[in-house]
Design a binder for this molecule. Structure first.
Ligand code: AMP
Length: 257
């Protein structure tokens, strides 16, 4: 695998961190695109769902409560989400920016993000950070198809699809050989409920970001390579940054997908 060539040279001189929030319904490809973008920008990909799922494996009282809420497709209370997120974004690798996948999910969370980014030492005192909201637009019929065949690695959270992206060995993760599982909340009834919650709670955030002119709309139905290319180019022009080798997005993706 090639070393990624994307860098933000300006970030070395300019301390203002870049925050990219990735929005879209369940199954829109937020995880895949966030992780590609994290590689291009060399900032961490923070998936709130993955952080919560790892806490939900604990046998503690909180773990058991989390498992119950997540299996039903419900949103987890803000206090728990903020606790987990604040701890993670205080780690040194977040100093220059981050990709937030799955946060904010409500208008209240969006406002919290703007009021000092959860008191992280890197952001609370730096109101000048650039925030871009990225919306992956996908139709409902596509979502149900994508989620009904989705498999996830129990250790590293890599995702697969039974038909469109099967693992090399059935039931085993290509990266670490761990068992692949079906997420409890990917069952059809729960997916429909998560979609309903998305439309009620999360979709209103889109107009919030559109008003601030920081919303990037992308057609999430395209092949993932094309989506990634569109995102990298648009972010480059929105933030007026240069990403070394951005014109070679396609070939770099082919080496890394
Ligand atoms: P995801 O992996 O992003 O699909 O998230 C899986 C589950 O984690 C969601 O269905 C919620 O139960 C919970 N979750 C993730 N992000 C949030 C959030 N920002 N606020 C509340 N609950 C969340």
């Amino acid at each position: 695998m090639h070393r990624l060539v994307f860098r933000l040279p300006e970030m070395d001189e300019q301390p203002a961190p870049i925050v990219i929030v990735v929005l879209g319904p369940p199954g829109a490809g937020k995880g895949t695109q966030s992780s590609l973008l994290a590689n291009f920008l060399q900032v961490p990909h923070i998936s709130i769902g993955s952080l919560l799922r790892s806490h939900a494996r604990d046998e503690s009282e909180v773990g058991v409560r989390l498992r119950g809420m997540m299996a039903l497709g419900n949103l987890v209370p803000d206090t728990l989400v903020l606790d987990v997120l604040a701890t993670r974004i205080s780690e040194p690798d977040c100093a220059r920016g981050l990709i937030l996948d799955g946060f904010p999910r409500t208008l209240g969370q969006a406002e919290l993000l703007e009021r000092g980014l959860l008191k992280s030492p890197f952001y609370a005192d730096n109101p000048s950070h650039s925030l871009v909201a990225l919306h992956l637009r996908v139709q409902k019929s596509t979502i149900v198809g994508r989620l009904s065949g989705r498999l996830i690695c129990s250790r590293c959270n890599a995702t697969y699809h039974l038909e469109t992206q099967p693992p090399r060995v059935s039931g085993e993760c290509d990266f670490d050989g761990s068992a692949l599982t079906i997420r409890e909340d990917d069952r059809k009834a729960t997916v429909l409920k998560r979609l309903h919650i998305y439309e009620q709670e999360t979709a209103p955030i889109l107009s919030h970001y559109a008003e601030k002119a920081s919303l990037l709309e992308v057609d999430g139905e395209q092949p993932k390579e094309n989506i990634a290319q569109e995102i990298v180019m648009a972010i480059q022009s929105m933030l007026r940054i240069s990403i070394a080798g951005a014109k070679n997005v396609q070939s770099t993706l082919e080496d890394n997908l």
